[in-house]
Design a protein around this ligand. Structure first.
Ligand code: FEO
Length: 394
């Protein structure tokens, strides 16, 4: 499916309607797309990014439909294979083509794709390539998603080709985003799963791209934006360092004791005016949990004891929060055990990257009794007070 952005720019990438999992971890309930953009100058033609190799036929079909006989430049914004993986096949189809990218990306692509060094032209930040009436400028936007990732700016049409940055895993027939509630949800999911660990870099990268006048943001996943401020403002909201007055309770429960504690704590928090999200770590969608982590001020991991340690799914939940490095300021551990073990220590060890204050754990024997519920009341009060002291509750 070809999507026209302007008279000279078309999305000739592939739509992956049926993809349900990315990187073998990230659920993609709306599928995804690998956008590749062809830019026609008067003298030269450039292709910006490619597609997953198993979607090469779709890219080829789109190029044939547009009667593309020659590609002079393949601009590679990012070496991850969902965008770079078809470069070797395209170089066979268009042997005159040169791959334009930065030094770091060249190295990755020589390693990952075995592209010979002589096929590359290495550019530096701010360099331009002229196509005849169309000029591409390169803006280095590291860590959205990898350290080599860059964006390409088409000066005359004011289009920013941002690769993963501002993308979303959405398969859609629309060229430009519409139905904004859905767009917001999927872009946030993508931010949470892919971008959140690099929050500090995102702020710098937004400043860089905002220095340009932009009419269209064209990412390499999901729809393009003909109102760029929409997605830029959403990113600014997500990277804001102040979390919301909200607690994520991510739990596993085998025989209901831990679940009862989770529900009791949640009720106690809500009564104090603290919002709560409860997610089941065994059956929940990892992407939804990641999205909660974008906003919450406090993370509670709730686990039963299994084989003298925490439940493996609870360990996974803690590990996930640890690698996504959300802005949360507080964390706690609750749960129930039968005859002892090291569940609390295991969860603690898996939260070590988080810049959080660890609250006093509430780990109880068996099914909660009144004295245990009183400890959960205390925990709820502590969370409320901490949110207040941190200025999260105004
Ligand atoms: Fe869409 Fe980092 O690749």
């Amino acid at each position: 499916m070809i999507k026209k952005l302007t008279e000279s720019v078309y999305n000739v990438g592939a739509i992956d309607w049926g993809r349900t999992l990315f990187d073998e971890i990230v659920p993609t309930p709306q599928g995804t797309s690998y956008n590749a953009y062809i830019v026609f100058g008067k003298e030269k033609t450039a292709l910006i990014d490619t597609v997953e190799p198993y979607k090469l036929d779709e890219l080829k079909r789109n190029l044939e439909e547009l009667n593309v006989k020659k590609i002079d430049y393949i601009i590679s914004n990012h070496a991850e294979q969902d965008h770079s993986g078809s470069i070797p096949a395209l170089l066979e189809m268009f042997p005159e083509a040169i791959v334009i990218t930065n030094e770091k990306c060249k190295g990755f692509e020589m390693d990952l794709l075995h592209i010979p060094e002589e096929k590359f032209k290495v550019i530096k930040e701010g360099d331009t390539v002229k196509l005849g009436g169309k000029t591409l400028e390169f803006i280095f936007t590291p860590w959205v998603h990898w350290p080599e990732t860059m964006s390409t700016y088409l000066i005359e049409d004011k289009i920013l080709f941002s690769c993963d940055f501002f993308g979303s895993h959405v398969a859609t027939s629309y060229t430009f985003a519409k139905y904004y509630d859905k767009v917001y949800h999927e872009a946030k999911r993508y931010y949470a799963e892919i971008m959140m660990p690099f929050r500090n870099f995102i702020e710098k990268n937004i400043k860089k791209v905002e220095a340009k006048e932009i009419n269209i943001i064209a990412p390499s996943h999901g729809p393009a934006f003909d109102n760029p401020e929409y997605i830029i403002n959403a990113y600014k909201e997500w990277i804001d360092p102040t979390p919301q007055n909200m607690v994520l309770i991510a739990f596993v429960s085998m025989h209901e004791s831990t679940r009862k504690m989770v529900e009791y704590l949640a009720d106690a928090l809500v009564q104090k005016g603290v919002d709560v999200k409860i997610r089941n770590l065994t059956t929940g969608d990892v992407g939804e949990i990641a999205m909660d982590l974008v906003d919450v001020a406090t993370i509670i991991i709730a686990t039963p004891m299994v084989l003298a340690g925490a439940h493996p799914n609870a360990v996974y939940g803690a590990y996930l929060a640890n690698v996504l490095r959300p802005k949360a300021k507080f964390a706690g551990i609750i749960g129930s055990f039968g005859w002892g073990g090291k569940a609390v220590d295991v969860i603690k060890a898996n939260l070590s990257n988080l810049k959080v204050e660890l609250l006093e754990p509430v780990f109880i024997k068996g099914d909660a009794k009144d004295k245990d519920l009183a400890k959960l009341d205390e925990l709820a009060e502590t969370i409320y007070q901490k949110h207040k002291e941190a200025g999260i509750i105004k």
